[in-house]
Design a protein around this ligand. Structure first.
Ligand SMILES: Nc1nc2c(c(=O)[nH]1)N[C@H]1C(S)=C(S)[C@@H](COP(=O)(O)O)O[C@H]1N2
Ligand SMILES: [Mo]
Length: 227
């Protein structure tokens, strides 16, 4: 199924599994496993090949060995960089904002796919409007409270109506395993663009390639819309 539907997979990203083992990600996944409550997730996280299906077709991914859990009591999202009004939001403040629901396909470059998945939260465009992007701001850099993962979008991509700072997935609060309490969801792109455990959004002058993009992933991770 994958080759025809995902022509981009014939490129550099295919090498990830090899690279992951070089980075010792198998050990990292093992270290993370005790934090996972669900048996399937635990099994999937300890599978260095990433081939085991997780619940609902998702697979657990983290480039960090262990990720602290954040709740409404200690979660913060910081928005800064080239903005007029830098701000830090709590989870309650994000929940109190107008919520946008986006239904899109989830698709990893590894070939697994979860079609028609609803994500809801605050539209990224809305957050950018509140912060006031300065004229020299052209891109965004996303950081995560795992302390490792980063992502990027151009400002034009970020302002699309199908890009959301998600609090819910499938109409339930995002679990820790799925990147909660807050993750990005970039519906028109491969799932690596959807940073889990989102903690920072910084407006930059130009795109700074994210974690996987440093290893050759396309910074413009568009899904094949014709498929
Ligand atoms: N913080 C963080 N976000 C991340 C990743 C990660 O390792 N760390 N992996 C990315 C990749 S490659 C995919 S496919 C999805 C996996 O999300 P899931 O674990 O909820 O299935 O998260 C993306 N966002
Ligand atoms: Mo992925």
């Amino acid at each position: 199924m994958t080759d025809q539907r995902h022509p981009k997979e014939t490129g550099a990203p295919i090498a990830r599994r090899t690279m992951l083992s070089m980075l010792g990600a198998g050990a990292a996944a093992l270290a993370a496993a005790p934090l996972l409550q669900n048996g399937w997730e635990r099994l999937a996280a300890t599978d260095p090949t990433g081939l085991l299906p997780g619940p609902g077709g998702f697979r657990y991914f983290s480039v960090a060995g262990s990720v602290p859990e954040r709740t409404a009591a200690d979660y913060q999202l910081r928005i800064g960089g080239l903005v007029e009004r830098p701000v830090t939001y709590t989870l309650d403040e994000l929940r109190a904002m107008p919520q946008t629901r986006v239904v899109g396909d989830v698709e990893c470059t590894d070939g697994w796919r979860v079609p028609r998945t609803p994500f809801s939260g605050v539209s990224l465009a809305h957050l950018l409007d509140l912060a006031g992007v300065r004229p020299e701001g052209k891109a965004l850099r996303f950081t995560c409270f795992d302390g490792v993962y980063t992502e990027s979008l151009t400002l034009d991509q970020a302002r699309r109506s199908d890009v959301v700072v998600a609090l819910d997935m499938q109409d339930k609060p995002l679990t820790h395993e799925r990147g909660g309490p807050v993750r990005l969801y970039v519906a028109p792109m491969y799932f690596y663009k959807s940073a889990k455990w989102l903690s920072g959004i910084s407006v930059t002058e130009k795109v700074v390639p994210g974690y996987w993009e440093e290893y050759g992933y396309d910074v413009d991770g568009w899904l094949d819309q014709s498929a």
